[in-house]
Design a protein around this ligand. Structure first.
Ligand SMILES: [Zn+2]
Length: 440
């Protein structure tokens, strides 16, 4: 097969789902242990090669095989069950082949619990002018040294198999949902479907799960259509892609409902990529999503923003310099048990490295403990009754003000961590914080 075909025919053959070899078994066994009767929320157990994780769960992002400023013991202490690492970044530096020579990502980063790698699709597309998409794949220039590279579905899978995470993800073409025309969203979605089949065909590692990505922007018809297509393919889990971008919470909620509606009865785990704020996560859990990831808790920590019960607190605010209180008296993290707001505020003003570390520990613990509260409410059948309290704890609408200088409510930094789209469908990367803006 192949030698008589031109390149376009060869790609069409690779993307033909009817010729996919069957997959036997799954290294990602998902069991729903409790369902909320008033919503789509469910609590589950996802069994992976390096351990079983309880869902719904948030995955901290370790872009460069580290969650910035934390080591694996910190992550374990704050209750992280699984971390995400970025294929694009590790491919460029230190290189997936080097990591493979060192025995894979788990051994390289000293983390023996589950890991998920993304496909690099989001990072590559975020490169904007440094990137061109063709049917074959995405050609791009490295943000590190300008060197030229080609990511295809086959190449992304090859890199992820070398990294050796518990879960790999199909290569896709995300678009900014609100700033793209329906035609652009549809074309990217259809290409994502063809790339999904090519990703499956390329994936051969039996001890690694492969998740597929449903796209479709914020158009509910396209969302349902994409979920139908991805559902029909033998993936081990189903991702909701292209959200957590420039859409409103209402647009996102409708997109989730359309996707989950099309997945009714499907036994696989559902993962919404890129969502990080507690209130956004809670609303997605209620709509049937199981897994989340974002750099948000760690990124806002670097800016001095603490997530607390009912909202957030800016530790750069001078008011905190005289407060002999923990960041959040309801928090059981190492930072809150030992240090005062005054000390944290001082560290931020002195630009001490410890400030980032202590606040990242707190923000991630805030989120993992929030996820634990959601799980136990689902398991005990009390989610409906507890929702108002959980929404208030997450800093949702109607939550109390924290005091002058602190803003309650949803963290609006989501847009700041995503590429901005200047015109319809045109991707322009504004490197507000340098190339780190392409982390997942
Ligand atoms: Zn804390």
């Amino acid at each position: 097969m192949g030698h008589a075909l031109n390149p376009a025919q060869r790609l069409a053959t690779l993307a033909d789902p009817t010729t996919l070899p069957p997959r036997s078994g799954t290294p990602a066994r998902f069991t729903v242990v409790a369902r909320d009767t008033s919503s789509e929320a469910r609590a589950g157990a996802l069994q992976l090669p390096h351990g079983t994780i309880e869902t719904p769960e948030f995955m901290p992002v370790g872009t460069n095989a580290t969650v910035k400023s934390l080591d694996p013991d910190d992550l374990r202490d704050l209750g992280a069950q699984i971390v995400l690492a970025n294929t694009y970044h590790l491919y460029l530096r230190p290189g997936h082949e080097r990591i493979e020579r060192f025995g894979g990502l788990h051994r390289f980063m000293g983390w023996d619990r589950p890991i998920l790698t993304d496909s690099g699709g989001f990072q590559v597309v975020s490169l904007g002018p440094l990137m061109r998409i063709r049917e074959e794949g995405a050609r791009f220039h490295s943000h590190l040294d300008g060197s030229e590279h080609l990511f295809t579905p086959e190449r992304s899978i090859e890199i992820q198999q070398a990294l050796g995470a518990d879960v790999a993800v199909a290569f896709d073409q995300p678009v900014m949902p609100d700033a793209s025309s329906r035609r652009e969203v549809e074309r990217a979605m259809e290409r994502t479907h063809r790339w999904a089949v090519r990703s499956l065909r390329a994936h051969t590692r039996p001890d690694q799960a492969l998740f597929g990505i449903a796209q479709g922007g914020i158009d509910v018809e396209l969302r349902a259509q994409s979920a139908d297509v991805i559902r029909a393919l033998p993936f081990d889990g189903i991702n909701l892609g292209g959200l957590a971008g420039d859409e409103t919470p209402e647009q996102r909620n409708l997109a989730i409902e359309a996707t989950v509606g099309a997945l009714t009865g499907d036994p696989r785990v559902r993962y919404l990529m890129g969502l990080g704020s507690p209130i956004d996560i809670l609303e997605a859990v209620v709509r049937g999503v199981d897994l989340f990831d974002s750099v948000l808790p760690a990124r806002v920590a670097r800016n001095g923003q603490a997530w607390v019960t009912g909202g957030r607190m800016n530790l750069r605010n001078a008011r905190h310099l005289d407060e002999d209180l923990p960041i959040d008296s309801a928090c059981d993290c190492r930072t809150c048990l030992r240090f005062s707001r005054a000390y944290l505020a001082h560290l931020f003003r002195a630009e001490e490295l410890l400030a980032y570390r202590l606040l990242t520990i707190h923000n991630l613990r805030h989120l993992t403990s929030f996820m634990g509260a959601i799980r136990s409410a689902i398991r005990s059948g009390t989610l409906a009754a507890e929702l108002p309290r959980l929404r208030a704890r997450a800093g949702g609408p109607g939550s109390p003000r924290l005091g002058a200088g602190d803003e309650p409510g949803e963290v609006p930094a989501r847009g700041a961590m995503r590429p901005r789209y200047a015109a319809k469908g045109r991707v322009v990367l504004r490197t507000v914080q340098g190339a780190e803006d392409t982390e997942g």
